[in-house]
Design a protein around this ligand. Sequence first.
Ligand code: SAH
Length: 406
Amino acid sequence: MQAEKEEEEASPEEYVALCDFTARGSEQLGFSTGDKLLVHAKPSADWWWAELQGVIGYAPASYLRQDAAEDEDEDPWQDDEYFGSYGTLRLHLEMLSDRSRTETYRQVIVSNSASLRNKVVMDLGCGTGIISLFCAQLAQPSVVYAVEASSMAEHTRQLVKQNGCEEVVTVLQGRAEELELPEQVDILVSEWMGNCLLFEFMVESVLLARDRWLRDGGVMWPSSAALTLVPCQADSYYSEKMAFWERPYGLDFTPLQPLAQQEFFTKPKFSHLIDPKDCLSAPCDVICLNMYTVQEMEGEFKFCVVKPGVFHGFTAWFTVQFESLEAGGATVELDTGPNSDPTHWKQTLFMLDKPIHVYGGDSIRGNIVLRRNPVWRRHMTVTLHWTINSSSDNCQVGTKSFPMWK
Ligand code: SAH
């Protein structure tokens, strides 16, 4: 029985949600239609122990089906699932409710409105059309091509009309990869950023559209992006998921700790909100992308620990910059880090397997590599290597790879 259980835990099975389920209580796992859940165990016929984006809980078995199409028949970009999710309001509501994000785009348009006059703009992945509508209402471009692959495009057309922008904004429903335009564009604006900046790799579609449709000397918004990393404490997360097993109800449950590590610390934790006081050093930009050129997705870091603490892991977030079209105009920046207004991306936490005590003056150096999954093109593995040099004793070396998600 034990062996069987272990086998089940070792290779969770993927299931697809047939309909939405709202969790009642913290033991249950909520999900939406089309979500892919990993089922770790089937303790009863009705309730399975499942995982969705790093969150674990009981899911009703009858809501799930194993995808009939086996992996090899599936689209490596998972476009049906990806664009399916953007065809409903859930994600658009989350994005539009994120004021820091949306206001930054508005500010970019407002502060460049004079230079946008008579320009040809492409809003790639326009969603509800918010950025296109900002352009049409706050500046006077000659045309905005609002490109959207999901079925939201049908509603976007209506929103454009409803807001009297149909003379300027043309909604084109389809994938950027198959786009046909009557002309090249002066400005390519897009909100393509995912968790940990690159997750879902929409940036690839943006770069492809840039090569095909941006005229020589045209402008990309964002113009650059950076992934930032900081070594951090994550005491409460560690206590909740790992230290918990030390003595629950006066019993020694430590044999479950390796399982806990596998279950909770193998993948990064999305939607983490780091308290600036949990940063063990100043953050460091580890990957900088210039949107006009192609770059390596790897970088180095060297952190100087500023106070004694427990090094539980690394937290990552990103910034993007929008260059000004006006001579001497200010660059606008969107910062998703802990010292700015929170955004819906929050931060991403990468837990080490074992916490390490560090002291002021220690250094943590190493590198980060983002590697695309060779099959599943929207997924990647983040690998961190680190060396801790401490004044008190020798150096410690570590490495860990985190799948996000496949
Ligand atoms: N611009 C909107 C939506 C941003 S989310 C806003 O700021 O609120 C990204 C959008 O891009 C989604 O609606 C998604 O369906 C769309 N998208 C992603 N990749 C695309 C592609 N290759 N071609 C067309 N649309 C794409």
